[in-house]
Design a protein around this ligand. Structure first.
Ligand code: HEC
Length: 126
């Protein structure tokens, strides 16, 4: 819980400082994360039931929106700064960051969430 609290605080601060949401300045390195493993996790956990995701042929769900180009968007879900720590937290526990969201918490470890985020950051061809 304390981690989430700190993250929300950071997110709030970033929202106040527009430089944080400037995609040119956003750090995108996820040390030791494995994007290829991230794709395997995305397939195993059925993210594509709700999202069209480049690299996943089937299914291509529509509930959660198309993740094509998600890496180059300045905001996640239009509300959160697109930064690795926020993305990692979101793919694991979206309701903690987006109260009332239709995206459920996903059973990923922290390390797995970083791998998933690393894969999402390869999707920059909007
Ligand atoms: C049951 C459906 C569902 C599943 C399963 C699901 N999501 Fe989502 N996802 C959503 C919805 C709905 C949103 C929109 C969130 C909002 O705006 O409140 C979303 C939003 C997102 C976003 C933000 C997209 C944007 O436009 O900025 C990302 C990234 C994401 N999901 C990744 C994932 C990943 C990775 C997985 C698998 C680990 C996953 N989702 C599983 C429904 C789902």
């Amino acid at each position: 819980m304390r981690t989430i609290g700190a993250l929300l605080l950071t997110t709030g601060l970033c929202a106040a400082v527009t430089a944080c949401t400037d995609k040119a300045n956003a750090p995108r390195s996820l040390a030791q994360a494995d994007a290829a493993e991230g794709l395997r996790l995305i397939e195993r956990h059925g993210c594509a039931a709700c999202h069209a995701i480049p690299g996943v042929r089937w299914p291509q769900g529509r509930t959660g929106g198309d993740l094509t180009g998600v890496a180059s968007r300045p905001m996640i879900a239009g509300r959160l700064p697109n930064q690795p720590g926020v993305m990692t937290a979101l793919v694991r526990d979206a309701p903690a960051l987006l109260p009332g969201t239709g995206m459920p918490p996903m059973p990923l470890t922290e390390a797995e969430a970083r791998d998933v985020a690393a894969y999402l950051y390869t999707l920059d061809d909007d």
